[in-house]
Design a protein around this ligand. Structure first.
Ligand SMILES: *Cc1c(COP(=O)(O)O)cnc(C)c1O
Length: 367
């Protein structure tokens, strides 16, 4: 291994900012000068453009990915007495938003070799109380979403896709977000990230959109008229402007991520990782590998200047906050395997070939 230490951050948001700042500031300045701080034309424009990007009719911009999931569940009429099925390895926000509605969280496992939601397990978990299925396109890799929609249609259930990590991903040649209701996060580190909190829901049903619009804005669309119990789930004008500037760059960034992933793939023979079938367009929010002795591997990489992460170290059913769901250790072995073995390698559009080669070489050496 070469003596020169290459610093490899996990994510490099300042590099992206450098390439964009000449576009960002005029857009932000416009919002500030017009003082359109909440919703407004910048957010309207982003909603229209992001819906078109996803192949959806509509987009509702919100304050975060968590707001988005919650508002979609409420607009779908999910509440106490209902059951909602999701997967044990997701970011905890998926579970939080279900819990906010008062519905019961029903978890299922993921299945190797892709480590996406186990569709047979979803089928087995359906009861007369089941109202919705919430598959999560973890790491930017779409699950078998066509099978999920087939199952949902057959059983009269709603699907709300948690697409927080999957901007621009495709399954069977069709964009995620183009099939029904999908929830997005624009948290800064996501593939399309705001300069603060942000989220959105894409959908094709106008009545559903209108319900979400009311819920997002204190339960009404006319000032000081409140028809239902509402929330303050609005997007800031500045975030709308930033996201609208970034959106035209997303395809280029995604291609750069995919090129970086292909280079890792070529260099990491023998290192375990999820299978990526050829009919999916993975957008590599995360580049995951599975390793034994993860903590010492991370420490050794860190010594070599390589920053890594773990998504996520504790499966949701083993989090203290969700012990009340009654799932024991061993309930979802594949999710638990991911939690104990997953290591996220540096992944961002500006990652250089030199950095990728250095990471791959270091990982082989450490293993
Ligand atoms: C980021 C994320 C969320 C939550 O989004 P926020 O914008 O942070 O509220 C929900 N689900 C998944 C899978 C995520 O990765």
């Amino acid at each position: 291994m070469s003596q020169t230490k290459v610093r490899v951050p996990f994510l490099d948001l300042p590099a992206q900012y450098e390439s964009l700042k000449h576009e960002i500031w005029p857009a932000v300045q416009g919002v500030v000068e017009r003082s359109q701080f909440i919703l407004g034309p910048a957010v309207d424009s982003f909603e229209k453009n992001f819906a078109a990007y996803c192949g959806a009719k509509y987009c509702l911009a919100t304050g975060s990915g968590t707001d988005s999931l919650h508002v979609a569940f409420l607009a779908a009429g999910i509440g106490p007495g209902d059951e909602v099925i999701t997967q044990a390895n997701t970011f905890v926000a998926t579970l939080e938003a279900i819990a906010y509605t008062g519905a019961r969280i029903v978890l299922v496992d993921v299945a190797p070799p892709t480590y996406t939601i186990d569709v047979d397990a979803v089928r087995n978990a359906i009861t007369p109380k089941t109202k919705a299925i919430v598959p999560v396109h973890m790491f930017g890799q779409p699950c078998d979403i066509d099978a999920i929609y087939d199952l949902a249609r057959e059983r009269g259930l709603l699907v709300v896709e948690d697409a927080s990590q999957a901007h621009g991903a495709e399954f069977n040649g069709r964009r995620i977000g183009s099939r029904g209701v999908a929830s997005w996060s624009f948290y800064p580190g996501k593939n399309l990230g705001a300069y603060g909190e942000g989220g959105g829901v894409t959908c094709d049903d106008e009545a559903f959109l209108q319900k979400m619009r009311e819920l997002r804005n204190h339960g009404g669309l006319k000032k000081y008229e409140h028809d239902v119990l509402g929330y303050n789930y609005r997007m800031d004008g500045i975030q709308g402007a930033v996201l609208d500037v970034k959106l035209p760059h997303l395809e280029g960034w995604t291609e750069a991520r995919r090129r970086a992933a292909a280079r890792y793939d070529g260099l990491l023979g023998g290192v375990a990782r999820p299978d990526v079938p050829s009919h999916v367009r993975h957008v590599y929010h995360i580049y995951p590998v599975f390793v034994e002795g993860r903590d010492s591997v991370r420490a050794a990489l860190s010594e070599r200047g390589i920053e890594t992460n773990v998504h996520y170290p504790i499966a949701c059913h083993l989090q203290k906050a969700y012990s009340g769901l009654g799932y024991a250790q061993g309930a979802f072995p594949h999710s638990e395997y991911v939690a104990s073995h997953e290591l996220s390698l540096p992944m961002f559009p500006e990652l250089s070939d030199e950095q990728i080669d250095y990471v791959a070489e270091a990982l082989h050496e450490v293993l």
